[in-house]
Ligand binder design. Structure first.
Ligand code: ADP
Ligand code: MG
Length: 374
């Protein structure tokens, strides 16, 4: 691994709880890692520790196998060869782009500096704009200048802390794709912080979900969505609800009894023995529930949200259980209407019933992967 964070904890002086609590993660060279989580969960603190701006209480940070932070050792930020882009990108208003982008490479001879500035400006799509001033640029362009400035000294690692949060939503997702392209073209290894899921999915090779200082899961987007390690991850990523369920065996297959009816033919499901009496909670994602007028199961729409190509409906069953479903937006139903639904689930994610946000899913050896083909 290029960057290794091992059992890292950071407690601010006077604080009761650690801001970063026993976090372990590894980032490969050339990969983009993303940290996502609600405000105050410790993302910035973790990033600042990697940058060398915060001392660690315990654990280790190593870059290219060399420890840069651990108790009793703190390599100064300026010796870490790390580039940073922050939310308030703070370009120098009185300097043109050449001056802004060339700021961190003053040690280079003039002609080399000019060619490096031209190179990174081209990389961020602002070629030939050396003589422009920040106020002549849009917010998105200014943020790309900030990225060019951070890339100019060829840092071995780039840290980006919510760089788009001052920009409007539409621009944000587009920029996330653009920045991913730029970082990949530069061959950069980067750690990116956001609280926006779309941004995280658009930019990250690997994504970490943080909550109250803890890293709940460090995984690719697919695994976060389909195999959330904790209830918190399951609720934070995507739309879904937990519904009470009972697991039982029917021959060699596990059947999951839910308020929606029984789920059969699952590709992946824990064995009933993973839970006392087979009783657990099952995560039902909005895309596990299909609108089907022919289905005998009916649910009432209690809320709806338009999302362009589809609606996200929140539904209530006669049992009182709440579900969510994505439905193509030409199916425009009203709140209060009853619609037919059926589950279309091929693997289930289960959690112990009464446990809180830190509950762990059934152990991997309790997962039954059915051999049944399609
Ligand atoms: P995030 O970036 O995810 O919003 P932060 O890392 O900024 O979270 O904050 C994590 C926790 O540490 C919060 O409870 C915050 O109040 C606290 N905190 C952040 N910076 C400091 C600081 N300089 N001194 C004391 N507490 C801090
Ligand atoms: Mg922050």
């Amino acid at each position: 691994m290029f960057l290794n964070v091992a059992n890292l904890s950071i407690t601010y002086p006077g604080a009761v709880a650690p801001a970063v609590d026993n976090v372990t993660l590894g980032l490969r060279a050339g990969d983009i890692g993303v940290l996502i989580g609600p405000s105050g969960c410790g993302k910035t603190t973790l990033l600042r520790a990697v940058a060398g701006l915060e001392r660690v209480s315990s654990g280790t940070i190593a870059i290219e196998r060399e420890a840069v932070s651990k108790p009793g050792l703190h390599v100064p930020a300026e010796q870490r060869r790390i580039g940073m882009v922050f939310q308030d990108y703070a370009l120098f208003p009185h300097l043109d782009l050449a001056g802004n982008v060339g700021f961190g490479i003053h040690h280079l001879p003039k002609s080399e500096r000019a060619s490096r500035v031209a190179e990174v400006l081209a990389l961020v799509g602002l070629q030939g704009m050396e003589a422009r001033f920040p106020h002549e640029l849009s917010g998105g362009q200014q943020q790309r200048v900030a990225l060019a400035r951070a890339l100019a000294p060829r840092p071995r690692l780039l840290l980006l802390d919510e760089p788009f949060s001052n920009l409007d939503v539409d621009l944000r997702e587009r920029l996330a794709h653009e920045v991913r392209g730029i970082l990949k073209a530069a061959g950069a290894t980067a750690l990116f912080v956001t609280h926006d899921q779309l941004e995280a999915f658009a930019i990250g090779d690997v994504i970490g979900v943080m909550h109250q200082g803890k890293l709940h899961q460090w995984d690719d987007a697919y695994a976060l969505y389909h195999r959330p390690a904790t209830r918190f991850v399951a609720e934070f990523i995507g739309h879904g609800v937990f519904t009470p369920a009972r697991l039982s065996m029917q021959g060699n297959d596990v059947v999951v009894h839910t308020p929606l009816g029984a789920l059969h033919d699952l590709e992946e499901c824990p064995l009933p023995s993973a839970y006392e009496g087979g009783l657990c909670d099952v995560l039902l994602r909005a895309d596990d529930i299909v609108h089907d007028d022919a289905s005998p199961v009916k649910a009432q729409i209690v809320r709806k949200a338009f999302r362009g190509s589809e609606f996200l409906y929140t539904l209530q069953l006669t049992t009182g259980d709440v579900l969510m479903t994505h439905v193509p937006s030409h199916h425009n139903h009203e709140v209060g209407e009853w619609i037919g639904i059926r589950p279309e689930v091929d693997h289930v994610v289960t959690f112990a019933r009464d446990a809180g946000a830190t509950a762990t899913p059934a152990p991997a050896n309790a997962i039954l992967v059915s051999a049944a083909g399609p």
